[in-house]
Design a protein around this ligand. Structure first.
Ligand SMILES: [Zn+2]
Ligand SMILES: [Zn+2]
Length: 357
């Protein structure tokens, strides 16, 4: 696990050459090539969820990608019980438009950058959700979140609140509304990427309409948008932007990937407490509560009482100063023999022979 502040970049090595990388949020940090003199080749990559601090390092570091598989989180059907309506596409549009509005860059550009930097010509991009399994380095992996459909009220409420906040902002700000054209395009590109798992495609074909001309084309669609610098859009309502940002972040955390690697690793993404409760109940029912390594949820700052049932040798938290005041120090220490935080220890490398039990 690299020390990237309050973002995430970690990897699981299968031998002395190849690794499975999870997230690459490392905008301003140097990545360390732990435990090896020559750089590992990343042949599998997973993005846990669509948050900047989990992908903003893509394209900024010299990492060798020879991709075979890329796993992205599938956005579940989000059934609003009040209206019986699926609000998932509204949510994705809000999330993408808002991110584009703030950052002037979109998730698709990062993902394409990642794919483009791969030395392999053929790879699969797969959107995963609960129940999906795969093998990496002879170890079995099982995705345990997000489910294919979410009806659970807390998550839906947060998604609804995020969409409402976005709508309020978009009503005040016509430029934000215009970015929705782009969001729909990004969504379609993402869907296309996901279709690739049905066949292996030459990457050149995939990129034909994408990365390099994307910004130019969009500059033509909404030229006004680029007239302001990020900080000085006079139409911005700072308070409403902050509120919308917080709500969208919370909602997206609910949809983060969680997975387990047999009884070795439990990865809990950026999940919020309600999902942690559901997951831990299920792990308990299946006798799957003991792990060598736990990657603590939301940088070690999220917790649910049901997590008390978990036991691990190492609990790891990738955390920086901005959220360190929320760290669940006592709780995570109580379920682990050793609780390691990147803000205290820097980059963390756990070798198989150091597994305690
Ligand atoms: Zn995060
Ligand atoms: Zn997050």
């Amino acid at each position: 696990m690299n020390d990237v502040g309050s973002g995430l970049n970690c990897a699981i090595r299968r031998d002395s050459s190849f690794q499975f990388m999870i997230d690459m949020g490392a905008k301003d940090r140097k990545l360390v090539n732990l435990g090896n003199s020559k750089p590992y080749v990343t042949d599998t990559f997973m993005l846990s969820h669509y948050h900047h601090d989990h992908y903003n390092g893509i394209g900024k570091h010299k990492v060798k990608f020879a991709l075979k598989n890329v796993y992205l989180p599938k956005i579940p059907t989000l059934c609003d019980p009040a209206t019986n309506e699926d609000i998932s596409s509204k949510f994705v549009t809000s999330l993408l438009s808002f991110a584009f509005y703030l950052e002037r860059k979109t998730i698709i550009e990062y993902i394409l950058k990642l794919l483009y930097s791969s030395s392999t010509k053929k790879f699969k991009v797969k959107f995963v959700s609960k129940g999906d399994t795969f093998v990496y380095g002879e170890r079995g992996y099982e995705v345990i979140w997000p489910p294919k459909q979410i009806e659970e009220n807390d998550a839906i409420k947060d998604v609804r609140a995020a969409i409402d906040a976005y709508e309020k902002l978009a009503q005040e700000n016509p430029l934000l509304r215009q970015t929705e054209i782009i969001s729909i395009e990004i969504r379609n590109l993402l869907i296309r990427l996901g279709e690739i798992d049905q066949f292996q495609v030459e990457r050149e074909e995939l990129f034909e309409h994408a990365i390099y001309d994307i910004e130019h084309r969009w500059r033509r669609i909404i030229p006004e948008f680029y007239e302001f610098s990020k900080e000085e859009n006079p139409l911005d309502n700072k308070q409403l932007i902050k509120e919308t940002n917080d709500k969208l972040r919370k909602a997206a955390n609910h949809l983060s990937i969680a997975f387990r690697q047999e009884d070795n690793i439990l990865f809990l993404g950026d999940l919020e407490s309600k999902e942690l409760e559901i997951i831990c109940k299920e792990l308990d029912a299946n006798n799957q509560t003991h792990y060598d390594i736990l990657v603590a949820p939301h940088h070690g700052t999220h917790w649910d009482e049901k997590m008390k049932q978990l036991k691990c040798d190492y609990a790891l938290a990738s955390i920086g100063h901005s959220i360190v005041h929320n760290i669940k120090q006592e709780e995570l220490s109580s379920i682990s023999k050793c609780f390691l935080r990147t803000d205290c220890y820097g980059a963390i490398n756990i070798h198989k022979k150091n597994i305690l039990s």
